[in-house]
Each structure stands twice: as structure tokens, then as C-alpha cells.
Design a protein around this ligand. Structure first.
Ligand code: ADP
Length: 554
């Protein structure tokens, strides 16, 4: 029989209403380069209503039309996050670091009706305009920037503040929507192929937000002040914007000031208790904190690193030198994005906890995980048997968005026959649920029938005091099929040479895993979201663009 319980849809409108009233005194602050400009949740809620009026009454947005944002993390972006899904339209976050052709592709693929853009990123948008479909009718510009750049655009151009000014501060937001209807759309960053659209539902956003606030994840409360460095323009800033409105977590938005110096300055001035970012941001910040003066990061009680494997040396350095405990987390666009979070089990000493902190963590009850071996069978959860991670749950994608009519796109081999998401990540699961990833399937190095984890080699190399960054990729080898190539970025004034680094690595990994090919580079190429771009390194090597030294060839 069915239950006797109320069937109330889980909607973004409910999150907005709750945050703007019950937690109306919490604040969203945006850093302007010198200081933070604060607005209360109540004001943000009122402005979200004004934005919804403007979009509907002035720009004609109806039904489930797509309204895109091309914005940094700031208060206006938060308003768009809340207003657009709550009015029944679909928020499409555009990754402003995508290469131009991919950006044009996703705008056209989503058939965006309106783009809300920060003035500072108009130079990215303007060159795309000739390639965009006429579906795009309006561009709304928020913040400083030269609006005259849009002179050639045939649709409407509006100023955000002028557009919303004077409109009613309440709106008939859609609390009645089918909770399975689409709320927002985010394309993968295409690290391993063309961008694919993941279309989140109101239900998935709501349930994911409850996971984000839970103590075994980010543990948000009304006393938390979160600094999401992870962008709202990709992977929903890890769900922080909605989670914050659920419990009254105040937000400190870094806008475009993502360099180590302003980050350290805003942490010192505004004293956030929580922050989250990819490892490359944290390693830049670490350098600044180590060498700069006058910074105070003592407010940070929880810092989450995810998006790529966190080098253990980075975690250790934050702990030892800045008394900041780093929490490692795993997720992807297709998982809303938060999947697993590495909180150690109870009853351990700090030393006993350490190995658990280095894993990718545990999944919440709502997300099931399994590891599929090369023969297609599920591997035991014994912490040893390796395979591809597959996940299933209410905020995990079941298909991709396939354009205006949206016949779901099954994504080729991205989903198993029984409907689990194939993550493309290789690793193990332990009996008590800890995930340890060894590599991406596309990056693992297949040497003479053995697999070498590129991430394991990078982690060891990045523990060397002279190494700023290290990326390892598999390159073709006549004898072994594939062998590792280590590319290393040295710290200024470093004394170690490649032979010394190879010796250092030789003391830490098996001999047969030691790279023979080494190159010192100026920087590691990064993807649009700051991950090592191994495709580019492999291509540069293939084109003879790396100055490679051979050491101890097998
Ligand atoms: P893409 O880079 O393809 O757009 P996402 O930005 O969604 O994809 O990133 C998802 C991928 O990032 C995961 O499949 C995984 O390979 C990697 N990733 C995320 N978090 C971690 C982590 N903590 N450790 C290792 N890899 C991670």
C-alpha cells in the first residue's frame, strides 16, 4: 500500500523562500578587490523576485526556457541561481574558461534565451556573438564593464540593476512544480571529450543540498561562513549556493579575485570558517601563506579539496604550517557534484586518521557505489580489488541533455546496462566504504601489462621541496607499449635536477614504475577548471614540443 504521508514537491523555490525568511539575516558578501560588500539573504531573496519579474515581464521568459549565466562567484550570480529555477525556467551556468568554440557550442546546444553576464567577461562573449543562434534574444550585463562592446548584438542589451530596479519584491515562485522537472543545466568541462549537458532536477538539487549540509559532508549551519572558491560557473560551486540558503550559511564570494594574494587577504579580513577549491588553487594559496606576511587564516575550521586528487604533501603542509585540516572530497558534474567526502571513522588518533583522510572518502546513504573489474564483474569491497567506479543515486545523472527537444542522450558508454553512471575513475572500495582512486581510466599508464598510477607518481614528486607541480602522463614506448613521462615545474631557486628527482622517486616507488622520460616545464597546462590537462601534455610530447631528457631507460 502507499503511505499516508504528504507528497510535497522538493523545489528550489522552497530553498529560496526558507533562506530569505528564516535566515533573512545571513549575508552574501562579494569581494570587490578591496573589501566585501554585504547583502542580507532577505535582500537577496527580494532581488531574486525582482529578477524573476524582469525575466518574465520584460524579457518574456516563459516555461522552461534556458537563462544562462556567464559570471564569477558573486551576489548577483546567487540571485540568478535562486530566481531562475524558482520561476520554472532553467539556469544554465556557462563555464567562462571554456575555449570559445565550446562555449558557443553549449550556448547553442542549450538554446539559451537570455545570458546574464558580468561586465568583466564581455570580452569573452563578444567574439562568439556571430556564431550564436537567434534563439538568444537578450544579454543582461551585471557590474563594471564596457557595454558598448555589445553594440553589434541584434537582441536586447540590458543593465542588471536598471532591469530589476523598482520591480515587486515578491514573485509567485513555483512551489507546485513536478519535482522531477529540470532546474539547472551544467556541461562537463570536456576534459575527456566534448562537453555534455547534465540537467539537474528540483528534486536532485534539493536532496543534494541536504547532503552538502550534513555533518558527514560539509556540516553547514547558520554559524558557518563559507568561501566558495570553486566556481558557480562549473559544477554548481559544489552545491554550496543552495545548501547555504537551506541553513543560513553566510557566503563570501571571491568574484574574479581568485589569485593567492587576494584570497589570503579576503580570508584575513572576512574570516570565513569554510572554503572549498581544487588543489591548484590551494597550492597557490599555500605558497602565499608561507611567504607573505600579515595573513590570518585561523578562522578556517574546514577546508575541502576536490575536483582532482589532493596531493598528500599539500594536506600535510596546511596541517603542519597553518593548522588547517583539509577534507578530501570526490565528485563530478554528473553527480551534482558531491559524491564522497573523506571524514575518518571515530576513535582514531590523528595518525590513525591520516590514511583515511588521503582517500576520496565515503558516500552518503543515498549514493551507492561499486567497482567494476576489467571482465565486467563487480569487484569485492576489500580495499584491494581495482576497477572502474560506478555510482547510482537520486542526484546522479541517468543521461545527458540532448538539445532543445531533449530526447535523452544515453552518452555512449557512460551508463551501464542497469543504469549506473560509469565515472571513468579507477580505484578500490573498502569494506567500510572508503573510496581510493588510483587514476582516471584515460590517464592510467599501461606498461607491459602492468598499470602505473600517474597520480601516485605525481603525489610523490610533489612532496619534494623543490617541486611546485608535477604531471605524469603515459607516452608510447616500443618495448613496453606505454611508459610514464614526468613533467615537472620547479620552484624558483630550486637546486634539484631531474636525476635527483628520479633518485628521490626511486626511494618511494617500485623500480619498474620509475619514469625514464623527464621534462622541466614552465607550468602544467590546465583545463578550464584548473585540472592538469594531460591531453595537452601528451599532444605536446607527440609533436616534439617538450625538451625531454632520458634517464635510466629500461
Ligand atoms: P570534467 O573534468 O570531465 O568536466 P568534472 O569537472 O565533472 O569533469 O570532474 C570530474 C572528475 O574529476 C572525476 O571523474 C575525477 O576524475 C576527478 N576528480 C574529482 N574529485 C577528485 C578527487 N578527490 N580525487 C581524484 N579525482 C577527482
Amino acid at each position: 500500500m502507499l503511505s499516508t504521508m504528504q507528497d510535497v514537491p522538493l523545489t528550489v523555490a522552497r530553498i529560496l523562500e526558507h533562506g530569505a525568511t528564516v535566515h533573512g539575516a545571513s549575508t552574501v558578501a562579494t569581494w570587490n578587490g578591496e573589501r566585501a560588500v554585504h547583502r542580507s539573504f532577505a535582500e537577496v531573496g527580494a532581488r531574486a523576485a525582482q529578477l524573476a519579474h524582469a525575466l518574465r515581464d520584460e524579457l518574456g521568459v516563459t516555461g522552461d526556457q534556458r537563462v544562462a549565466t556567464l559570471m564569477w562567484n558573486n551576489t548577483e550570480h546567487q540571485e540568478a541561481y535562486l530566481a531562475i529555477p524558482s520561476m520554472g525556467a532553467i539556469l544554465h551556468t556557462l563555464n567562462l574558461r571554456l575555449p570559445a568554440p565550446q562555449l558557443a557550442f553549449v550556448i547553442n546546444h542549450a538554446a539559451d534565451h537570455v545570458i546574464i553576464a558580468n561586465g568583466s567577461v564581455l570580452p569573452l562573449l563578444v567574439p562568439l556573438l556571430p556564431q550564436l543562434n537567434p534563439t538568444l534574444r537578450h544579454i543582461v550585463v551585471s557590474g563594471e564593464g564596457d557595454r558598448s562592446l555589445l553594440a553589434g548584438f541584434t537582441g536586447g542589451v540590458h543593465d542588471y540593476e536598471e532591469l530589476i530596479a523598482g520591480r515587486p519584491t515578491s514573485f509567485p515562485f513555483r512551489h507546485d512544480l513536478d519535482e522531477r522537472s529540470a532546474a539547472s543545466l551544467c556541461y562537463t568541462s570536456g576534459t575527456t571529450g566534448d562537453p555534455k549537458g547534465v540537467l539537474y532536477s528540483h528534486r536532485s538539487v534539493y536532496l543534494h543540498s541536504m547532503q552538502v549540509i550534513s555533518a558527514e559532508s560539509f556540516g553547514f549551519t547558520g554559524r558557518t561562513k563559507a568561501l566558495p572558491v570553486v566556481p558557480m560557473f562549473h559544477v554548481n560551486a559544489w552545491g554550496i549556493p543552495y545548501a547555504a540558503f537551506m541553513v543560513g550559511t553566510s557566503l563570501l564570494m571571491p568574484d574574479r579575485f581568485l589569485q593567492p594574494k587576494p584570497l589570503a587577504t579576503m580570508i584575513t579580513a572576512e574570516r570565513p570558517t569554510f572554503s572549498g577549491a581544487v588543489p591548484t588553487i590551494w597550492s597557490g594559496l599555500l605558497d602565499e601563506l608561507d611567504h607573505g606576511t600579515g595573513y590570518d587564516t585561523s578562522s578556517l575550521t574546514q577546508v575541502v579539496i576536490g575536483g582532482s586528487a589532493c596531493p598528500p604533501a599539500l594536506m600535510q603542509a596546511f596541517r603542519d604550517r597553518h593548522q588547517i585540516e583539509v577534507i578530501h572530497a570526490w565528485g563530478m558534474t554528473e553527480t551534482s557534484p558531491l559524491g564522497s567526502v573523506a571524514h575518518p571513522p571515530a576513535g582514531l588518533t590523528p595518525e590513525g586518521e591520516w590514511p583515511y583522510r588521503l582517500t576520496q572518502g565515503r558516500f552518503p546513504a543515498s549514493v551507492q557505489a561499486r567497482v567494476i573489474g576489467p571482465d565486467g564483474s563487480a569487484m569485492p569491497h576489500d580495499g584491494v580489488a581495482e576497477g572502474e567506479l560506478e555510482v547510482r543515486g537520486p542526484w546522479i545523472a541517468a543521461a545527458y541533455y540532448n538539445g532543445a527537444g531533449n530526447e535523452p542522450d544515453a552518452g555512449g558508454d557512460k551508463f551501464s546496462a542497469d543504469g549506473w553512471l560509469r565515472t571513468g575513475d579507477i580505484g578500490t572500495l573498502s569494506a567500510d566504504g572508503y573510496l581510493t582512486l588510483t587514476d582516471r581510466a584515460k590517464d592510467v599508464i599501461k606498461s607491459g601489462g602492468e598499470w602505473i598510477s600517474s597520480v601516485a607518481l605525481e603525489n610523490e614528486l610533489m612532496a619534494h621541496p623543490d617541486v611546485l607541480e608535477a604531471a605524469v602522463v603515459g607516452v608510447p614506448d616500443e618495448k613496453w607499449g606505454e611508459r610514464p613521462l614526468a613533467t615537472v615545474v620547479l620552484r624558483p631557486g630550486a637546486e634539484a635536477d631531474m636525476a635527483a628527482l628520479r633518485d628521490f622517486l626511486g626511494e618511494r616507488v617500485a623500480r619498474w614504475q620509475l619514469p625514464e622520460r623527464w621534462a622541466v616545464t614552465e607550468s602544467v597546462p590546465k583545463t578550464s577548471v584548473g585540472k592538469f590537462d594531460k591531453k595537452v601534455i601528451r599532444a605536446t610530447y607527440a609533436a616534439g614540443g617538450l625538451d625531454v631528457t632520458e634517464l635510466g631507460k629500461q
